[in-house]
Design a protein around this ligand. Structure first.
Ligand code: PLP
Length: 468
């Protein structure tokens, strides 16, 4: 299996290289050169199998020869054994043909664990094999930081530094990061905003002398391996609801478009999906895109679903690549123009197929609270604001009521207790493994937004060895 860049001007890579590369050298994102196929017989064979077994089988063709099959299978088994539900991503029916797939049973209570828990292990394996170490530096406004730290903790070939804006993440979010007791985990609170944190990370990357010296890397949402791991729960949901003999639809609360793109990948592999509903909050560039075929950038406004407060959805480029009939240079031109002008228009050919498959749906904060309250009244279930947008979108935007629709629940309600309490009057409790979160010892250092000071901190705290 080889991977190619969506902009057509970067080298083709194998799985190992694509795992460590992140962004392609031409500014594009890596996608598989061709899609492996999930045959009806294979899908039927998945019925009743444990999640980890299906996961290893679905991902195997993407890994190729990079990791021996047995090793990969045990890595996957170990990854999902760490989840708190035996089914890993259980399905719950909440209405006539409307299902919720719970993706929040991982260690940090967000769907990002499903991919990152595996990616941390993949990184460690490949780095050890190559005799290399990396230093990951990332910025977080809340959720991604804890998922990345949990994924990389105690991994011998990785040191990880996460920058968060001092006093600007919630207490639960901060404690999920700062109470991790592992020798390779470093939390830095920056006296500044999230944008300051992100600027510092970018500046570290662009200081090549520094980034080469420490072997700097990122596990951000454009990493192909994260998309790959997310394909699995689309497959398990479909099989549980009758695939290959029955179609279904998915509703996905979206920010960077990584989650829903994994569903599109599952469809390219042969899953019979009739519709993808793409949920957004008031930051609705995706809703406008799927309605009109054009995008216009505007400012980000904070909402009750902060993980979807995004202007430009980075993974959308992977879908656009197919819309441009896989013409990388042409897409590259359009993306460069988009960056310059803040405007993008889809090519006419190909657009009807995209519009037929994807439906955008936007819900503001008031609508989100109402969706949380409605579901609670109807079923007694508490859901978080992101998941609520997915459920409301599923009910409002499904095209064919005879086809089941699966709404992806992307965070545990206890991760957003204030919004849940506001909507339902009930404050959700943290799961047992986080029960003592509020009394655990925190470890983090506060630094000014000063590139030199932060680089000195990284150099003196990372454990050892050079990047290469
Ligand atoms: C990251 C995140 C999202 C958005 O996922 P994308 O892959 O960026 O579309 C939605 N909900 C929650 C809770 C998240 O943490």
């Amino acid at each position: 299996m080889r991977y190619i860049s969506t902009r057509g001007a970067a080298p083709r890579l194998d799985f190992e290289a694509v795992l460590l590369a992140g962004l392609a050298r031409d500014g594009g994102l890596y996608v598989p050169e061709s899609w492996p196929s999930l045959k009806p017989k294979t899908l039927a064979g998945f019925d009743g199998k444990p999640y980890a077994e299906v996961a290893a089988a679905v991902m195997a063709p993407f890994i190729g020869k990079a990791i021996p099959q047995k090793t990969f299978q045990s890595m996957v088994a170990e990854t999902y054994a760490g989840f708190r539900h035996a089914a890993v991503t259980p399905l719950v029916e909440v209405g006539e043909g409307v299902w919720i797939e719970e993706l929040f049973h991982g260690p940090t209570l967000a769907f990002k664990d499903l991919a990152l828990q595996l990616v941390g292990r993949l990184y460690d394996h490949v780095l050890k094999k190559q005799g290399r170490r990396v230093t990951i530096i990332g910025a977080t406004s809340g959720d991604t930081g804890s998922a990345a730290l949990e994924a990389c903790r105690d991994r011998r070939a990785i040191d990880i530094f996460i920058l968060h804006p001092l006093g600007r993440v919630s207490e639960v979010q901060r404690r999920q990061m700062t109470t991790i007791d592992a020798g390779n985990v470093f939390n830095i609170a920056i006296d500044g905003s999230f944008d300051d944190c992100q600027d510092i990370v970018k500046a570290c990357f662009n200081d090549h002398a520094f980034s080469d010296k420490i072997g700097m890397s990122a596990v951000n949402s454009i990493n192909w391996a994260r998309v790959m791991a997310q394909i699995v729960y689309y497959v398990t949901a479909a099989v549980a609801l009758g695939a290959p003999n029955r179609k279904l639809a998915f509703s996905v609360p979206s920010g960077n478009f990584g989650n829903v793109y994994a569903g599109y990948a599952a469809k390219q592999m042969g899953l019979d999906v009739s519709q993808f509903i793409v949920g957004s909050n008031r930051n609705d560039i995706l809703t406008r895109f799927f309605k009109s075929g054009s995008m216009k950038v505007s400012g980000v406004v904070p909402s009750l679903s902060p993980s979807m407060d995004i202007q430009i959805s980075s993974n959308l480029e992977r879908l656009l690549f197919d819309l441009f009939k896989r013409n990388g240079p042409k897409l590259g031109e359009a993306m460069n123009a988009f960056r310059k002008t803040g405007r993008f228009a889809a090519p006419k050919s190909g657009w009807p197929a995209v519009q037929k498959l994807f439906t955008g749906y936007k819900l503001d904060d008031a609508g989100t609270l109402k969706a949380m309250a409605d579901l609670y009244k109807r079923t007694g279930m508490l859901i978080d604001p992101h998941s609520a947008i997915g459920v409301a979108a599923a009910e409002a935007a499904r095209k064919d009521k005879s086809i089941p629709v699966v709404a992806l629940a992307t965070a545990h309600p206890a991760k957003f207790p204030d919004a849940v309490e506001k909507a339902t009057g009930i404050r959700p409790a943290l799961p047992a493994h986080l029960g003592n979160l509020l009394s655990r010892r925190e470890r983090y250092d506060v630094l000014p937004k000063d590139l030199g000071k932060i680089q000195d901190y990284v150099l003196s705290h990372r454990r050892s060895g050079s990047g290469n």
